[in-house]
Design a binder for this molecule. Sequence first.
Ligand SMILES: C[S@@+](CC[C@H](N)C(=O)[O-])C[C@H]1O[C@@H](n2cnc3c(N)ncnc32)[C@H](O)[C@@H]1O
Length: 328
Amino acid sequence: MPDFDWPKDFHRIPDEDWTDAPLDPLGQRYDSMARHLWYRNLELTVEQLAEALKPGQLLIDYSGGTGILARQLLQRIAGIGTVMVDASPRFLRVALEHFRDEPRVAFRLLRYLEGERRLQGLDEVLGPAFLARKADALVSTNAVHLYPDLPGTFQAWARSVRPGGKVFVQSGDIRNPEGKPGEWLISQVVEKVREVAKEVAAEDPRYAPYRAVLEDRAKMAAYDALWRKVFLPIRPVSEYQEALTQAGFTVKDILTRTVDVGVLEWYEATSVYPDLLGWVGGSPKVDKRLPTAAEVQDRLDLLKQSFLKLFKGRDIYQSTWTYFVAER
Ligand SMILES: C[S@@+](CC[C@H](N)C(=O)[O-])C[C@H]1O[C@@H](n2cnc3c(N)ncnc32)[C@H](O)[C@@H]1O
């Protein structure tokens, strides 16, 4: 594979603390989900990018995470440069482990600016050498539903992508009238499984010690707030479309696909969020103490039982994925 010529004075790996940090087990655990059935949601995106990108062009993998998409792109598309941008140093550190010696991949961390109470915009982390040239395309997979500020995020993209450049955004957590009956969105599953967990806890004596807190409204509201911080309310296709348009993009296409999700794989994916069932054993953010190992195990077992009950022993359920194609 040929190398890639980065803009002059653009450094692939920034001189920042996170690049030397130890690998984070949570990040590694996320990375191992690349083999999950639901990750086939990337197939269409890879095809779209393979068609759009030519050798010598520059792609931004925004919210690139641990590099699951980037690994597929490196195999599939010759001669392009990919800048992985993410808000999580832990995830980006795992990506760096994969690609430290891969000359076609660069890395940028979006930092949270405490004083301004906002995340840095894309253009703020790319630097002048990159912005003098700008990106030919930008992709965001499995992440846009997590952005609290869609207009601000997309405006920063518009400042970083050249006129005529393409943007590919996809997610399984967008309210889409084209979704088929019986299909789920990510947050719907999570919300429902949280309800089912209360039913399971009411029936199974193993969870009797945790029942009292379910009656404590103030505590339950505090646990709910923790979960709501990660899983934002589901927004409709139109909200994404409008925010892209207002930021200066022309939305060319909106595609809908059904993606199969393994029930136990999705249990595994959600089990990385301890706050999902915070009321089982408590959360340090609410209770100022860590749950014990036994409590953590109860929480995981309850979550798993709840997934199995919700999907009535099925191995797989169907989810709606939405794909936007836009042009700067
Ligand atoms: C579910 S992972 C998807 C990672 C990768 N795109 C993939 O498909 O494998 C979501 C990613 O979004 C990032 N993220 C979360 N909130 C974000 C935000 N407000 N702005 C940018 N990235 C964010 C996370 O750090 C994480 O890497």
